[in-house]
Design a protein around this ligand. Structure first.
Ligand code: PHE
Length: 446
């Protein structure tokens, strides 16, 4: 007899955990920096469109697949189709994505942790000196490696202990705290600095002449990254869901909170950028260079909680990444949770050293880039969208409509719309953006 699968303690517990997976460095570190790099408004608009038209239907799809099967992502595709179904490769692709993403995610989360301690000491000096601290941290491999090590130890520790107890409890307090702090920073940016209006303009007034094919691809990729889609995280979390709760409502809440937090972070950070006359396009260093200049004035009372909460947000996301990698081996191979978590986490850690050493570079798309940038680009822009593409093709064309309808809960108009979206709109949308990103769309000239 199959043993009964554990479920979340409550539906709120599920929402917190899934939101915890979604909200992380993607919202606070990555969204502002890629928005800066790709020139603002038009990029933001495409990203919002991707969240709404592709991300949201896909999140519903992943939750349905997971809850229906009550299995890990690999098995979930088999269970919803047939034994040895080739669609299970989507699950394997997701595990590979989770592995690679966590390897560099941990390095950035490590920087956030390093900044907790820098905050306690306080930021002082000129704006250039404060910004230089980030460069020094990144270029000192020992510093980055040490924090990468600490972050991975935390992730491994939590996942080895089983993720369902602790996360629910902590998220209830810390997620709202993060929300309030960001709200405060956003209001500060809007009303206390001279950069508020410029920030709103930068973020929301689109200038389509600046929208490159790569920007469109990155906007799509980021929609996947920030919502934890295309790699089985939501399938996994959905598999612990109790039957009967409203999947669509939950997906809307999660996507909305995630998007809202990113936009708040964007307004907060770009107000500072324009207030202090900095450059928006600062790549991976953006938040680590701009926020501390503000924190030099506010003191540790703001900066210490900020970086603690950022680390916590990264932790709840990092956990979901590792959970996807290990859960298959626990479910199907009967390995002990502790053993496989140590093994997989250890391998992720070693692989992550490549990203931690910023002086190592490889030629990629015409220039020398760090491993961190290359892994980020490959997973976010190609692996996650590909995983998402297979997932919607699967639920739209392969999984039985009745099974889908049963999980969905009703057979009305909404289900019809969702099915249409997942059969045509979402896959065609993803495929076009992927081809556009590779500059292969036939009717465009590149
Ligand atoms: N969504 C997380 C973030 O925005 C990252 C993540 C991606 C987590 C994919 C799980 C799966 O930080």
């Amino acid at each position: 007899m199959e043993k009964l699968r554990e479920t979340w303690g409550s539906n709120i517990g599920f929402i917190l955990a899934a939101t915890g997976s979604a909200i992380g460095l993607g919202n606070i570190w990555k969204f502002p920096y890629i928005t800066g790099d790709y020139g603002g408004g038009a990029f933001v608009l495409v990203y919002l469109a991707c969240v709404l038209m592709i991300g949201l239907p896909l999140m519903v799809a992943e939750l349905i697949i997971g809850r229906r099967a009550q299995k890990n992502p690999v098995k979930a595709f088999e269970k919803n189709h047939r034994a040895k179904s080739p669609w299970q490769l989507t699950g394997w692709l997701g595990m590979a994505s989770g592995f690679i993403i966590l390897s560099f995610y941990s390095v950035i989360a490590g920087w956030a942790m390093a900044y907790i301690f820098k905050s306690i000491r306080g930021f002082a000096g000129t704006s250039e000196q404060i910004q230089q601290q980030f460069v020094d941290l990144v270029l000192s491999p020992s510093g980055s490696i040490m924090w990468h090590t600490i972050f991975m130890v935390l992730v491994i520790g939590i996942v080895a202990g089983g993720i369902k107890g602790g996360i629910e409890r902590w998220s209830k307090i810390l997620m709202p705290a993060l929300f309030m702090l960001l709200l405060g920073l956003m209001l500060h940016g809007l009303f206390n600095t001279t950069g508020g209006i410029a920030a709103l303009n930068f973020l929301f007034a689109p200038d389509f002449s600046r929208l490159t094919a790569e920007a469109v691809l990155s906007a799509l990729g980021h929609a996947f990254f920030t919502l934890s889609l295309g790699m089985g995280a939501m399938i996994t979390y959905g598999s612990y869901m109790k039957k009967g709760s409203g999947i669509v409502k939950d997906a809307i809440i999660i996507s909305f909170l995630d998007t809202f937090i990113a936009l708040m972070a964007g307004v907060a950070i770009f107000s500072l950028v324009f207030h202090y006359g900095m450059e928006p396009g600062q790549s991976v260093g953006l938040i680590f260079k701009t926020l501390p200049v503000l924190f030099a004035d506010t003191g540790p009372w703001v900066s210490v909680p900020f970086f603690i909460l950022l680390t916590f947000a990264a932790l709840t996301s990092g956990i979901s990444l590792l959970e996807v990698v290990v859960v298959y081996f626990i479910d199907e191979k009967g390995w002990s949770r502790v053993k496989i978590t140590l093994l997989a986490g250890g391998l992720v850690y070693i692989f992550g050293l490549l990203s931690a050493i910023a002086t190592l570079t490889i030629p990629f798309r015409g220039s020398d880039q760090t491993f961190l940038d290359v892994f980020d680009f490959m997973t976010t822009n190609y692996m996650l969208p590909l995983g998402g593409l297979f997932t919607c093709l699967f639920i739209g064309w392969v999984m039985k409509e009745d099974d889908m309808a049963e999980e969905f809960g009703s057979r009305g108009m909404l289900l019809k719309l969702l099915r249409l979206a997942l059969r045509y709109l979402t896959p065609i949308g993803i495929a076009m953006v992927l081809l556009h990103g590779l500059e292969l769309l036939p009717f465009m000239d590149y």
